[in-house]
Design a protein around this ligand. Structure first.
Ligand code: MN
Length: 309
């Protein structure tokens, strides 16, 4: 069993207490300040300043708070803006993207509005730490989430992606444009209601993000916060991440119908092999229409193809 101990000061223990406030359990043992019971982790904070994490999820939970036994302990490992303490319980639009590292398939971005009074329902519908979610699980819960939340999902298909990439758009710029657009759509859908904050899962620093979209007609800037690992900070981002993934999988399904077999995710050697196979069987145009053509996989596949000929 994993067992991690952090040494924290009083303020850090208070922050940790607040973070897990919904999972606090009664534990009357000598020296215990408070105890937390999660599905896969037990956390015990002691008056001495030690906080112990036990169980299968110990590493994941402890990672939120810093390095084991190192003092002073850093509170929160997220990079980006400092969020209000009660952030997880506020009405927030979250946005996230997926597909940027996959040779096959689109780039998808989703923005989702979760008002304070729907947070419990969203959790009930199965939104949890996205690292624990499988593709099948996300396919199952996404339709319910879409029903319940105002959202916008943008799927940038490969033809369009390749076209603008060839015109000089970086992936950062493409992502920034899509995030801005998706958030704008959601703001329009929920008007006159407005969120307390908008949280973007950070892929670029604020200055770089806004530089990418500086020529857009409408630039969403008010109340926008950036943080890495933002899916852990508000369910709106966790939900956005699930919907973006769902849209990615849907488009992969569509492309897989063209080839007759499921397309390999990622950008590994397996992807090169599959690309060469598709190139041989269906030709260059078809391969181009389902890939991010500028990836190194294209040249690797070209070499494989030449060998096979
Ligand atoms: Mn992300």
């Amino acid at each position: 069993m994993t067992n991690i101990v952090l040494l924290c000061n009083e303020k850090q223990q208070q922050t940790i207490h607040h973070f897990y406030k919904d999972a606090i359990i009664e534990r009357k043992a000598p020296g215990v300040l408070f105890a937390v019971k999660l599905a896969d982790t037990a956390i015990t904070a002691y008056k001495s300043g030690k906080v112990m994490f036990q169980g299968a999820g110990a590493e994941r939970e402890a990672a939120r708070w810093g390095n084991a036994s190192s003092a002073p302990v850093k509170v929160a490992t997220n990079k980006g803006d400092k969020l209000p303490e009660d952030f997880a319980s506020l009405s927030v639009i979250g946005s996230d993207e997926t597909g940027t590292g996959d040779y096959f398939g689109p780039v998808t971005v989703a923005a989702v509005y979760v008002p304070a009074d729907k947070i419990a329902l969203i959790k009930e519908l199965g939104v949890k730490d996205s690292k624990q979610l499988t593709d099948d699980y996300m396919r199952r819960i996404a339709p319910d989430l879409m029903e319940v939340c105002a959202h916008s999902i943008l799927t940038l298909r490969n033809e369009k992606y390749n076209e603008i990439q060839a015109r000089g758009y970086s992936q950062g710029k493409i992502k920034a444009l899509l995030h801005n657009q998706a958030i704008k759509h959601v703001l329009t859908k929920i008007a006159p209601e407005t969120p307390e904050y908008i949280l973007i899962d950070q892929f670029a620093e604020r200055g770089i993000y806004y530089n990418h979209i500086k020529n857009e007609k409408e630039i969403v800037q008010e109340k926008v916060l950036f943080s890495t690992k933002a899916e852990n900070l508000h369910v709106a981002v966790a939900t956005a991440s699930i919907l973006a993934r769902y849209a990615f999988l849907k488009e992969m399904d569509r492309l897989s119908k063209v080839t007759g077999f499921p397309l390999q995710k990622g950008a590994s050697g397996k992807v090169d092999d599959m690309a060469a196979k598709i190139w041989m069987k269906f030709g260059e145009e078809t391969l181009r229409s389902m890939t991010k053509w500028h990836f190194a996989n294209t040249e690797k596949a070209r070499k494989l193809l030449q060998k096979r000929k």
